[in-house]
Design a protein around this ligand. Sequence first.
Ligand code: LMR
Length: 335
Amino acid sequence: MRTVALGTALISAAFSMNGNALAQEPIVIKFSHVVASDAPKGEAAQRFKELAEKATNGRVRIELYANSVLYKDKEELEALQLGAVQMLAPSLAKFGPLGMKEFEVFDLPYIFSNLQAVHRVTQGPIGEKLFNKLESKGILGLAYWDNGFKVMSANKPLRVPADFNMLKMRIQSSKVLDVQMRALGANPQTLAFSDVVQALKTGVVDGTENPPSNLYTQKMYEVQKNITVSNHGYLGYAVIVNKKFWESLPWDVRAALRQAMAEATKYGNVRAQAENAAALVAMQKTGKTAIHYLNAKENREWRSALLPVQTQMEGRIGKDLINAVKKESASTDVN
Ligand code: LMR
């Protein structure tokens, strides 16, 4: 505790020594993301902005660009590498196209028994090793943020795998999710998040998967008559920065931003759990969509259809990494 206090005192001393800091132009960090400002990631980003600007006495200004207004999926990673934007928080399912196939371990169906299992991976050596891999792409990982466990939606009830037959299901740009949907007999369609609602509305796709908070904040319940609370997979984020930009920052600014990020991460993860629970209730209340829960037999059928994906993807993700994640997950299994 004393070290933290000393660290905080040192950082604020550094900022107060730069009394003329306010006279200088603030360091601008453009933080772009693809979800609504009131989605979990949007709220965590807002909290990071508040904490970071306060902790640096205004030496840093975080400019938030929500809902794909600045960059949509795929474009945003290119923009970060070019330095056109300094910070992102893409889904962990979107790093495959960068050549970071290992990140798709987070997409494997049923790989995590609960959020505590996720955090043992993201906050432990496995998460750190994955972030180290990003550095070769000029990217530095700052934190992992939760959204939560995913549900499935369509305009027909999805109770057993056979219900997915021939459905066009939107997925993120992840080979694991492509194989997952095919294992259910569906036809996966990769689309940018910003294009999903329109694609559902016009029938370009029949259904999708996401945590409830994303379905709710994008109003997908208005174009999806059925939601199945399957919790078949996890969706989380890597908060990343352009490495060259980050290393150009003064040491005291980096220290203050890391502290702000740690607090925003705690806040965001709590908000995500609350928002996902509230989103299901809110969508049910609209009367526009029916929320289905799987019984034990249906759950067994989903698991037997989807668990083989874990083995099928060993060649792409790495058997050792998959086993390491499974080991971490099992060791926290509260059931
Ligand atoms: C999706 O594309 O479905 C999600 O990754 C969007 C997000 O950032 O939560």
